[in-house]
Design a protein around this ligand. Sequence first.
Ligand code: GTP
Ligand code: MG
Ligand code: ZN
Length: 311
Amino acid sequence: MTAPALWRGVVLSGTGGVWRVRAQDGSEHDVTLRGRLKQETRYDKLAVGDDVDIVEDASTGALSITFIHPRRTRLARRAPGGARGERIVVANVDQVIIVFAIAKPEPHVRMIDRFLVIAEGNEIPARLVLNKADLVDDPARIDALAADYERAGYPVHRTSVKQPRGLDDLRAVLINRTTALSGPSGVGKSSLINALYPGLNLRVGEISESVNKGRHTTVGAVLVPLPGGGYVVDTPGLREVGMWGLASTDLDRCFPEFRPVLGECRFQDCRHLSEPGCALRAGVAAGTISSARYESFVKLRGELEEDEKRF
Ligand SMILES: Nc1nc2c(ncn2[C@@H]2O[C@H](COP(=O)(O)OP(=O)(O)OP(=O)(O)O)[C@@H](O)[C@H]2O)c(=O)[nH]1
Ligand SMILES: [Mg+2]
Ligand SMILES: [Zn+2]
């Protein structure tokens, strides 16, 4: 009797029963979760992005997942209907790249901050792309928008697909990493990916649709292999994560530039809203903390406190 062939792969997508797995040689296969593993772990414990071991049954040729390697990171959201339990939307995301346009559509700072908080809440490094740089004559306009984020420690890429500009640097940070690419509609996410990888002809955000033309209906996030190594995850992955699961009291730590002053408020449980002796508000008044970023904090804190009343 020959031992079953064992190989390693990455889960690209799932249908709720059959999983698409990419082997290290680049080949893709439909596999199922081995019965024993299914019982041991709750079903949804396997996630897109998981690094898995696969065995091939010597007689039937059927492929099954026998082991899920420990995850580096997870993008998780609250399980539907319950305050307890999380559902992993994507595993092993190495970075979040948030794309906005400098114009058409106008960037919305509250929304940029919301995306960054989601990344911070999941402890995944984030970068910001300001695309359509060709649409503004004065580079100081882009710098003004970038300033708050660069001060907070986020790398900011100024790009243009039309010019083109900033594309080589962006390609360099995608190589050999798994990236959740997110941002509002019309900012140029698909255009950027197509400019970076001309052969890929990918319409980010519509990936699930194209996969659905196949035999199975894809549920949730889809990992797309990049030429040269690495993966991008289509946008719904991050959008559906939201801020679920983040405690309102942890929000302040999701603004990296707030962290140095967080221990300095008069009250240990300071909400940083109207409490006397708040170091954060003192920072805003002194101009060392961005008032725009602080306003985003206040808005998101209100939303999280509302959520907590409901659960
Ligand atoms: N001027 C200019 N236009 C751009 C640039 N990048 C993309 N566009 C245009 O912006 C429009 C939207 O681009 P998409 O790539 O479809 O945007 P998207 O982010 O993928 O949008 P969704 O798929 O709806 O989420 C298209 O008409 C692009 O040609 C750029 O750098 N400069
Ligand atoms: Mg698109
Ligand atoms: Zn405070």
